[in-house]
Design a protein around this ligand. Structure first.
Ligand code: THU
Length: 130
């Protein structure tokens, strides 16, 4: 992967983060998911007055990509203030589509950590026989 592609993926995550709707936590997250074919789909967190209905940035990015017909992903950039990685639920949602690289970046787009999803979520749930 060229550095240009990485930079573009990070920019996409930062841009999505600016559109996050997080009036309750004020913790904004942006995600940019790269498909095996090189397309990029983004998501941001969308909170709700009924807090439990909040949807994470990564889940929205997965939904956008799947709705466009993609099931194979190579990398996801997660942008937040805390350089946070995907929460447990998002790890499981991403794992549905196989292993990928996760880049955690700060508010300036600096890469804080890179991890494989399989390392962040070992022994992930799979339906027996699939
Ligand atoms: N959040 C995400 O968007 N992704 C994660 O992986 C962890 C948490 C959001 C949900 C909520 O809007 C805010 O961060 C604080 O938990």
């Amino acid at each position: 992967m060229s550095d240009d592609r990485t930079a573009a993926l990070i920019r996409a995550a930062l841009e999505a983060r600016r559109r996050a709707y997080a009036p309750y936590s004020n913790f904004t997250v942006g995600a940019a998911l790269e498909t095996a074919s090189g397309e990029v789909f983004t998501g941001c967190n969308v909170e709700n007055a009924s807090y439990g209905l909040t949807i994470c940035a990564e889940c929205f990015a997965v939904g956008a990509a799947v709705a466009a017909g993609h099931h194979q992903f190579t990398r996801v950039v997660v942008a937040s203030d805390a350089k946070a990685g995907p929460c447990g639920a998002c790890r499981q949602v991403l794992a549905e589509f196989g292993d990928l690289e996760i880049l955690m970046v700060d508010a300036d787009g600096e890469i804080e950590r890179r991890r494989r999803l399989d390392d962040l979520l070992p022994e992930q749930f799979k339906l027996p026989g699939r």
